[in-house]
Design a protein around this ligand. Structure first.
Ligand code: DAH
Length: 337
């Protein structure tokens, strides 16, 4: 009976199929069973002598078998190709996996982003400008004439043709005011340079400059905004105080301290046993600065501030050596994930 033969054929086929192990074996198998002159074709031919009903049933069965063989051969072919590839590259599945190194945002970038977000909430816009400056923007327009002792306080890197590396971000006050009409609120984060290097000073470091100019800006606005900034950055319970100070480009000038977050204002090595940490300089924009940018001092008032990012980061994270930020040791950077 042909039906029995087909059943037997099926089991032979799948048994043989299991033993295929190479591409050439696979090809031979294909030709032998489903080729034009293959076994299944010859069986299909044999059906012509059967009854119509048997023809239908067995014809369907043989065609299904052919289709099954085709799909499983394709699968098998892929498996064999993968195996051969593995042999070529010497894949060893017993080897331990490779360690994946995940990057993290640099702690200084994290602080810059955080501070920018705080001031953005207060309506300050973020601006940036050149690190190579002229003495005019860096000093003269900020009311620091060339005889002024403040020029020596910020040990300057001089470049060719009278250019300098900016010693602070304050020239961004001048650049912004020359470009725009008030009212304005800006902060300018960026790199600054001073010829100075020890555990607390780096020849390149980061500052954020702030400037607000409007018709009625008072010293209370300065205190309010900077107090809000300190509490957002160091925590709601942070104490602040303002001390009189001096900067050529502000009058009056102040420095803002926060209660020492390391010892909780009890007095420690970091705050020199005062209980306070200085975190920024600020003041009301000096009339001479407004004059340099042609702002009418009868109409416009403003306050400015400047702070060091590294200092904020060192206080916030309890880091006592500024050089750690720039040596890029993985164990250091990975602790800020
Ligand atoms: N530019 C000053 C510095 O680098 C910091 C500073 C103080 C900026 C007072 C200001 C300010 O805008 O009002 O030491």
């Amino acid at each position: 009976m042909i039906a029995d033969e087909i059943e037997k054929l099926k089991s032979e086929i799948w048994q043989e199929f299991e033993n295929i192990d190479s591409l050439s074996e696979l090809n031979n198998f294909r030709i032998k069973y489903i080729g034009k002159k293959g076994v299944i074709t010859s069986y299909l031919k044999k059906l012509k002598d059967l009854t119509l009903e048997e023809k239908k049933r067995l014809g369907k069965e043989l065609n299904q078998l052919k289709a099954d063989i085709e799909t499983r051969l394709k699968q098998k072919e892929k498996e064999i190709l993968f195996k051969e590839e593995d042999k070529e590259v010497g894949l060893d599945l017993t080897l331990p996996g490779r360690r994946v190194f995940l990057g993290a945002i640099h702690p200084l970038s994290q602080i810059i982003d955080e501070l920018c977000a705080i001031f953005s909430r207060l309506g300050f816009e973020i601006v940036t400008g050149p690190e190579i400056e002229t003495e005019y923007y860096n000093f003269t327009a900020l009311n620091i004439p060339d005889w002024h002792p403040a020029r020596d306080m910020q040990a300057t890197f001089y470049l060719k043709n009278g250019a300098i590396l900016r010693t602070h971000t304050s020239p961004m006050q001048i650049r912004t005011m020359l470009e725009r009409v008030p009212p304005l609120r800006i902060i300018a984060p960026g790199k600054v340079y001073r010829c100075d290097a020890d555990v607390r000073h780096s020849p390149m470091f980061h500052q954020i400059e702030g400037l607000m100019v409007d018709r009625e800006v008072s010293f209370s606005d300065l205190k309010g905004i900077l107090t809000y900034f300190a509490k957002e950055t160091f925590g709601e319970k942070t104490k602040v105080r303002f001390r009189p100070s001096y900067f050529p480009f502000t009058e009056p000038s102040v420095e803002m301290d926060i209660g020492c977050v390391i010892c909780n204002s009890k007095g420690c090595r970091v705050c020199s046993y005062t209980g306070w940490l200085e975190i920024l300089g600020a003041g009301m924009v000096h009339p001479e600065v407004f004059k340099a940018v042609n702002y009418d001092t009868e109409i416009w008032q403003g306050f400015a501030f400047g702070l060091g990012i590294e200092r904020i980061a060192m206080i916030k994270y309890g880091i006592d050596d500024i050089r750690l930020f720039f040596e890029n040791h993985l164990y250091f950077l990975e602790s800020f994930k």
